[in-house]
Design a protein around this ligand. Structure first.
Ligand code: GTP
Length: 599
């Protein structure tokens, strides 16, 4: 394809501002798919997959658009995931583009992700085209939103298309804007190959499908390629373009083009997002900048409710990992929960997605432990350990310094809610950095906050206390020294390893008390009294008691037959003992889940 007739772009937006809806409209307007077909595509995705023997994931599509100037352009629309957990994937997708369409909801205006994504696009020197969406809503105020865009983002917005993606109003203005204002790609088609991987996906029939953008040179069918970071080398079996309803094969893709290739690759680990594809025979001198391996931020233990399902859980995790290079897992065992896995995730959303897929696609009933970040501990002997499972936290006596990860947090909100937000952040040990008025009705607050405090309920709490108006963005800032303690939970005097957690000393009492209360509520009464205790290094800091459901064995004894009484009591004690050991282990799953859902 003639480079001057190619446009590579992403659509960026705050969540719910209409990215998917506009994408669908663009696809439809380019005549690629009829409305009816599109609906059936969504509904019958599974059948479609079977038919084609290939998994369709519209991470990028190529549209042919006949512009008003009479030329036909190839528009490559590259999708970006919409959540902070996947910021790195977003950055690689943007690196594959020359421009970005920035959607802003005409009734909401600029929100946190609008800013965060715009900054990202600016970092990649993209041409940014603002588009005002949802003008059909009664609350739409395009004029105000345009002013916001000019004042806050310093982007010219006067001529920004005002559209309704939902009702299909003014969509062609967006396409013309793209053709006229996003620069065509550059790059020498005969230079050594350099192509950027922005996504890859495992397909059971053809192996991994690698999605890439050619920056320099040409990728040809049959050619031997090498991934510069992973070192893996493969022969390209097939390559082509991505179409809305499937994949077209072609002989080669040249500089500026976006497409896919397959090579019977067994695992996405070989083709990680951000890696550079080059020719094995004539390799590029240096890879494209910006590669970084995925780094899990949140860990938790995953177990099956039914211990015998452990092998199924392992198979399921292995299958998911084929497709998700950022999911990590290692076997671990817990006295309370049996055999399971310690899994690492990019963030809480990633964790929830994986848990849900395990339950839904693999039909597993899971028990998960409290999520935890990775702590760093320098021991008195000078060694440094990274702790992803609270149970393995070193003895207090052997610790010379403990550190926890902090995030740079940005919160954007109408000024009215600042009074609610600040105490919340403080309560979560946030260190206030600064506050700026972006506009008369929008402020941005910056905090440095422990990630361990964010992962619990911060996002939900923030939404609740700002009627949903505030939005949140965060990224890892680094590790800082912290006064951390490990809290153990004891049931009937026995430690339940899966319930241990690491927390800042100041927070230890509060959280310990709440967990004990939750456990008390959820443990059914047993024949004996069950103390529920929380302890730091053997010192009890909180206690609740599950009262015994006492069977009155003495009721049968009339009068003073003391020996018989004694015998009965003796017997009951034995019974108690049995129950005790059982009781410790047989903490009902519901009780576990209740504790884990604390906060
Ligand atoms: P995520 O995929 O969750 O990031 O959201 P998104 O940004 O892709 O937004 P999506 O396209 O899913 O739209 C969010 C909601 O806004 C949906 O309920 C859409 O129907 C609605 N919506 C999108 N465009 C318009 C519009 O022009 N007018 C109105 N009234 N609603 C719209």
């Amino acid at each position: 394809t003639d480079q001057s007739k190619i446009r590579n772009f992403s659509i960026i937006a705050h969540i719910d501002h209409g990215k998917s809806t506009l994408s669908d409209r663009l696809i439809e307007l380019c005549g690629a798919v009829e409305q009816r077909q599109m609906e059936s595509q969504l509904l019958d995705n599974m059948d479609l997959e079977k038919e084609r023997g290939i998994t369709i994931k519209a991470r990028a599509v190529r549209l042919d658009y006949r512009a008003e100037d009479g030329n036909t352009y190839a528009l490559n629309l590259i999708d970006t995931p919409g959540h902070v957990d996947f910021n790195y994937e977003v950055s690689r997708s943007l690196a594959a583009c020359e421009g970005a369409v920035l959607i802003v909801d005409a009734s909401q205006g600029i929100e946190a992700q609008t800013l965060a994504n715009t900054y990202l696009a600016m970092e990649h020197d993209l041409e940014i085209l603002p588009v005002i969406n949802k003008i059909d809503l009664p609350a739409a105020d395009p004029k105000r939103v345009k002013e916001e865009i000019e004042n806050i983002l310093a982007l010219p917005a006067e001529d920004a298309p005002e559209i309704s993606a939902k009702q299909g109003i003014n969509i062609s203005a967006v396409l013309e804007d793209i053709v006229q204002n996003i620069p065509a790609p550059q790059g020498n088609p005969s230079a050594p190959l350099k192509a950027l991987i922005f996504d890859s996906q495992y397909d059971p029939y053809v192996g991994v499908v690698v999605y890439f953008r050619v920056m320099e040179g040409t990728l040809k069918k049959g050619m031997q390629v090498r991934m510069m970071a992973s070192g893996a080398s493969y022969q390209v079996l097939d390559c082509g373009y991505l179409r809305p309803l499937g994949m077209d094969s072609c002989q080669e893709l040249t500089a500026g083009e976006v497409g896919w290739f397959t090579a019977s690759i067994k695992n996405v680990k070989d083709t990680r997002v951000g890696d550079t594809i080059t020719g094995a025979e004539v390799p590029a001198a240096a890879p494209l900048p910006g590669y970084r391996p995925a780094q899990p931020m949140v860990y938790c233990g995953i177990y099956t409710e039914d211990g015998s399902k452990y092998p199924d859980l392992r198979d399921a995790l292995e299958k998911l990992q084929l497709n998700d290079a950022s999911l990590s897992f290692e076997p671990e065992s817990s006295i309370a929960l049996g055999f399971g896995f310690r899994c690492g995730f990019l963030g809480m959303l990633h964790m929830e997605i994986i848990q849900e897929r395990l339950e839904r696609e693999f039909d597993l009933d899971l028990v998960t432990t409290l999520p935890s970040v990775i702590y760093e501990v320098t021991k008195t002997d000078g060694t440094v350990v990274r702790v992803d499972n609270p149970h393995n936290y070193p003895d207090p006596g052997s610790i010379s310094e403990a550190r926890e990860p902090y995030a740079k947090v940005s919160i954007i909100s109408p000024p009215d809610y600042v009074g609610n937000i600040m105490p919340m952040c403080q309560d979560r040990r946030g260190v206030f950095k600064d506050m700026q008025y972006l506009d008369t009705n929008l402020v941005e607050l910056h905090y440095s906050m422990p990630i361990g405090e964010i992962i619990y309920d911060f996002f939900d709490a923030l939404k609740a206390r700002t009627k949903g108006y505030a939005s949140l963005d965060y990224e890892l800032e680094g590790y800082e020294k912290s006064d951390l303690v490990k809290v153990d939970l004891l049931l009937n005097g026995d430690q339940v390893d899966a319930l241990s957690f690491i927390v800042h000393r100041e927070k230890a009492y509060g959280r310990a008390r709440r967990i004990c209360e939750k456990l008390k509520e959820n443990i059914p009464r047993q024949l004996f009294e069950v103390p529920v205790q929380a302890a730091i290094g053997g010192k009890i800091i909180a206690r609740e008691t599950v009262k015994a459901m006492r069977k009155d064995v003495l009721a049968k004894c009339y009068g003073g037959d003391i020996t018989r009484k004694k015998k009965l009591l003796e017997k009951q004690k034995e019974g108690k003992k049995k129950m005790r050991t059982l009781g410790t282990v047989q903490l009902p799953t519901e009780a576990f889940m209740a504790v884990l859902k604390l906060d």
